[in-house]
Design a protein. Structure first.
Length: 814
RNA sequence: GCCGGAGUGGCGGAAUCGGUAGACGCGCCGGACUCAAAAUCCGGUUCCCUCCGGGGAGUGUGGGUUCGAGUCCCACCUCCGGCACCA
């Protein structure tokens, strides 16, 4: 017992990551270490991670999104850039209001309490976020500029009000943008409730004015996946609008991408919602048509859009004239023709269209092939390439040429014209909810909708609000808010009681970060010149057709308003994956597979959690959480703290490798971070740690010291607290995070000897140490001298010998 | 149905240019330390055969190109994601 005290003293000091991290975080805060560097002589780098919704606590998904992003921002800073890396809160939205309805807490209080809580958690994360730049979108100081933008859009004709059938979520009690309605069942993106159509006057933004520009990705370094999603969403298709004369009525236009098949149009189909249906229907057919329209309108969206359902329709009794050949063709209505696309009417060409074929078969309508299918074709409608047939002046032409000829012909005859149709609709902005930015419009019985004058902004969201269990908008029920006077004529008028889609907030937040308290404009133009646009954006791919499309649109409008002088908000984008629960499913409370990051921060510290999340696999892939796997990372980081003062391990390693390995590590990490390959970075850092501990005490002091300095430097972006601790133990006073990223010496990486692979007929038979610059002849001699090779040769002749310098010899024998 | 992405040990994954498949880590096995355990450290760990020299098979399946294929080409299977009657 008497010697225990002696042994205790000899032990290295206890490793307590939470103590270590708290100590450094306090020190960093004291020294303003992460205050944004404004040095004008440095190149700028604006790094941005998607801002979180203040739901209450940071979850592991936030860690997965933010900490690798932080690693890269730290790396850029060490590379000599001045780096701006802000964070904020996307603080408007329904959960706050639902909390109000369910628990009687005001959305404001709920939101700000959550923000307060999450601020603390964000700081504990140990990132280099500049908290001075923080933006909270539900603050009047912020949403005033939402309103300002709305007014600008309104003045430019980019915001307009329209009464039309819109998507309504009966559970969230609000309209939705088309982008927020998802899946074949057309459900609300937030809550999964099937949406219904409602006729309401709504504000829309004319994003369709910018479609052509939004299709241009040539100056963007964005994932192809996002590009494809946006292109598909915009859904550009080239074709023609063709006028059909309807007997006893007039013209109805159709849109088609296949004008070349016009000679094969044997019937005409309109959407049951087409406004001309009632007028063209003959008395005889009216009962049948009305019954069909009635049935179609009552059918749920789910049934209507079920592709597997048999086609159905009704004959209107009317006839149209095919403008190509003068044939009289019957006019049908059918629900497979959508009112929301093209003109809501089509020419049906069963010979070249599968849906039309199906319809023709059911209603026994004629089918004419106008494109010659290949000899072996035995299908029904033929949609492929081929020569035109049964098509008069088009016969014998390829599809592309026939399209063009027909379009020119129709244009000359005044019966049609080339046109482009898009799938994308204008962005519906109005929401019938309380917790959002009030739409700054006053409805005057005499002047119509009038914008609130700039000097009267912001239109404040009233604090007092009654939250109905039905979810009905409290603003509607608030006469004090609602009743006002018209800014134009001074007469009594009413405010718009809708609020804006919260995607409005996130469409321009990256600009507000620059000067969150600036009072004269959405952002300080001087700050803009210094920092814009965003250089590197990171976030989830789920925002591809909403946020990421809206913010591109916004930037283009801002450019046209003279606010910015570039076209795209974020030059480079990276999509991280999703971190799943241990069971491989998406984390959710109902599944009970939610991983709480705080548990791991408490146990292992922030460095371990962030390093583990980077180590788990490629960042863009995400993956299931493995609670056991994190142990390995925890062990590794603990070992790094023994580098300076701890004991060496007894593993075998060659100390003369030190310089080469250090240089190789720097090179590897540089390439990895540039390409977001954090998982292999961590692996390389682990390898180096194992190596360093094995050779500890076996190399010169100077060499050892240099190696540890370099190790701390390259560790810094990944495990900022541990790196700082090592750096400090090495006797350095100035933070490791203010140092430059080390350079590597390519010459030091060069190896003098290589392992020459010797193959016989492509199979590895031996591995021989050889000089790196070994000549072909010498390499072959070495190969032939090998016992293993000779055993394989056994009386056979060498036909050929392949030599790959510095790598292998392959002897081809038979 | 269409458009993407992906299939590699027991598990997460590595192999960046067609040239040693399985880096790094988890788990497991064995050893050291310990009265013992935990922690820690060391070694081993794709599978099958083996006379312990080595041999055979192997990156979803089947073909192909090549001296050589996880990597390139063709056909297919499975999983994940997106879109879905868009004329």
């Amino acid at each position: 017992m008497s010697d225990t005290s002696v042994r205790k003293e000899a032990k290295p000091k206890a490793y307590k990551p939470s103590e270590l991290e708290a100590r450094w975080q306090a020190r960093w805060a004291e020294t303003d270490l992460y205050k944004t560097d404004e040095d004008p002589d440095k190149r700028k780098h604006y790094a941005l991670t998607m801002l979180p919704y203040p739901s209450g606590d940071l979850h592991v998904g936030h860690w997965y999104a933010m900490t690798p992003s932080d690693t890269r921002a730290r790396y850029m800073r060490m590379r000599g850039y001045r780096v701006f890396f802000p964070i904020g809160f996307d603080a408007f939205g329904l959960p706050a209001e639902n909390a109000a309805i369910q628990r009687g807490i005001h959305p404001h209080d709920w939101t700000y309490a959550n923000i307060e809580n999450m601020r603390g958690q964000l700081r504990q994360m140990g990132t280099m976020f500049d908290f001075d730049a923080e933006v909270v979108s539900c603050d009047p100081e912020y949403y005033k500029w939402n309103q300002w933008f709305f007014v600008k859009f309104f003045e430019k004709g980019l915001a307009y009000r329209k009464e039309a059938p819109v998507d309504w979520c009966p559970r969230d009690n609000t309209t939705l943008a088309r982008e927020q309605v998802v899946g074949p069942d057309r459900v609300c993106e937030r809550c999964g409730t099937p949406v219904i159509k409602k006729n309401l006057p709504q504000w829309l933004f004319r994003i369709t004015d910018y479609v052509e520009e939004l299709l241009d990705f040539s100056n963007l370094d964005w994932p192809e996946r996002v590009e494809t999603l946006q292109k598909n969403w915009i859904g550009r298709s080239e074709g023609a609008e063709i006028k059909f004369v309807i007997e006893n009525f007039g013209d109805i236009e159709v849109f088609t991408t296949r004008p070349d098949t016009l000679f094969g149009a044997t019937f005409f189909v309109m959407s049951s919602e087409h406004p001309a249906v009632a007028e063209i229907t003959t008395d005889e057919q009216r009962p049948e048509v009305e019954a069909y329209v009635e049935r179609a309108s009552r059918m749920s969206e789910i049934d209507r859009t079920d592709v597997t359902r048999e086609k159905s329709g009704a004959f209107t009794g009317a006839y149209a004239t095919n403008p190509a050949n003068g044939a009289s063709i019957p006019v049908y209505i059918a629900d497979y023709v959508l009112m929301g696309y093209g003109t809501g009417a089509i020419m049906a060409v069963p010979g070249q269209d599968e849906r039309d074929w199906e319809f023709a078969e059911k209603y026994d309508l004629p089918i004419i092939r106008t494109v010659k299918p290949p000899e072996d074709f035995d299908g029904k409608a033929y949609v492929g390439e081929g020569l035109a047939m049964n098509s008069g002046f088009l016969d014998g032409l390829e599809v592309e040429e026939a399209k063009e000829r027909m379009t020119r012909h129709l244009e000359a005859e005044g019966k049609g014209r080339a046109t482009v149709t898009y799938r994308i609709r204008d962005w519906l902005i109005s929401r019938q909810r309380y917790w959002g930015t009030p739409i700054p419009i006053i409805h005057c019985p005499d002047c119509g909708p009038v914008a609130v004058p700039e000097e009267d902004l912001p239109v404040l969201l009233p604090d007092e609000a009654e939250f109905m269990p039905t979810g009905e908008s409290p603003l509607k029920l608030d006469p004090e808010f609602r009743n006002t006077t018209c800014p134009k004529c001074g007469g009594p008028a009413e405010r718009d009681t809708d609020t804006m889609d919260t995607f409005m907030d996130s469409s321009w937040y990256q600009y507000r970060y620059l000067s969150p308290h600036y009072d004269d404009a959405p952002f300080d133009p001087e700050r803009g010149k210094k920092w814009l646009p965003v250089d590197q954006y990171t976030g989830g791919v789920e925002h591809a057709v909403m946020h990421l499309l809206y913010t591109r649109f916004f930037t283009k409008v801002m450019r046209d308003l003279g606010l910015v002088d570039f076209d795209e908000p974020m030059e480079r984008l990276f999509n991280q994956g999703i971190i799943l629960g241990p069971d491989g499913n998406r984390m959710s409370k109902s599944r009970g597979n939610v991983v709480n990051p705080q548990d791991y921060v408490d146990k292992y510290g922030s460095d371990v959690l962030r390093s583990y999340l980077m180590f788990i696999g490629p960042w863009n892939e995400g993956g299931p959480w493995d609670g056991g796997g994190i142990e390995g990372v925890a062990r590794w980081l603990r070992r790094t703290t023994t580098l300076v003062s701890g004991e060496p391990t007894s593993a075998e390693a060659d100390p003369s490798e030190l310089d080469r390995r250090t240089n190789r590590l720097i090179k590897k990490l540089t390439g990895d971070i540039e390409a977001f390959r954090f998982n292999t970075s961590i692996a390389a850092l682990m390898e180096q740690t194992n190596f360093l501990l094995a050779i500890k005490g076996k190399v010169g002091e100077k060499e050892w010291d240099a190696a540890l300095h370099n190790f701390a430097l390259v560790l810094a972006p990944f495990a900022p607290h541990h790196a700082e601790e090592i750096w400090n133990e090495l006797g350095e006073e100035k933070s490791v995070h203010l140092q430059s990223w080390p350079e590597w010496d390519e010459a030091a990486i060069f190896e003098e000897t290589i392992t020459l692979i010797v193959q016989v007929n492509g199979k590895v038979r031996d591995r021989i140490e050889a000089p790196a610059d070994i000549e072909e002849e010498a390499a072959k001699e070495l190969a032939l001298a090998s016992e293993n090779v000779r055993a394989q040769m056994d009386g056979k002749k060498i036909r050929k010998a392949i030599y790959v310098p510095g790598r292998l010899v392959n002897l081809v024998v038979s």
